[in-house]
Design a protein. Sequence first.
Length: 263
Amino acid sequence: MKHLKEMYEYREMIFSLVKKDLRGRYKGSVLGFMWTFINPLLQLLVFTLVFSIIMRANYEQYYLFLFVALVPWMFFGSSVQDGSTCIMRESNMVKKIYFPREVIPISTVTSAFINMILTFVVVFIVLLISGRGINLVALLYLPVVMIVEYILCLGIGLIVSALTVYLRDLQYILGIVVMALQYMTPVMYGADMVENANVPQILKTIFNLNPMTPIINIYRQILYYKQIPDLSTLLVAIITGVVFVILGAIIFRRLQRGFAEEF
């Protein structure tokens, strides 16, 4: 409780770092903050071209099937990759002043989270224009899964930000891991394809152990299928998120003592 109280006392610092990141994300570019919306739309265009035309994925309105999963995945990928280098980016602050070091990964993940929320404006517009529509009752569960994903990303962000201070190569390894994990997560295909595939059960088990699998499934149930999410899937996602954030907090607290000596 004492540590949580201290974190609350530094809330203004978190807000300041979030503003700094959002303002500097596309600083100097011609389109500026519009890249928040353009970037996922361009990725959507590429993936739709490949899987809807070339490889012919058999999903109705595949671009929507993909888009509602791609946006939360981009939040996850950004949290992991940006989170891995956030302590090193703020090394001058770490060396010179005292503050709870968790402030840095929290602000990094929060910035990516706000970016995702803004991008969801485009998702809703596309859902309405396409004629697919929105189930308002199912939509009530969307903030829940967003918070669950935020907690999961924060936990992973705490872990990778602390480890990368000591293992600098990890930031490059994580780029490959995130890319590989995207193909092991039902972003460009449905979870039903894995369940119906003729593969060993152990591979299906590994697929289901992916912490992002239940979260992506819930986003798709709410926005694409317009269904109230399965409560068992939601419970798995919540438990996974809580476990990761607790584990992340423990690892970060133990490793942060040597941060200053590493710079």
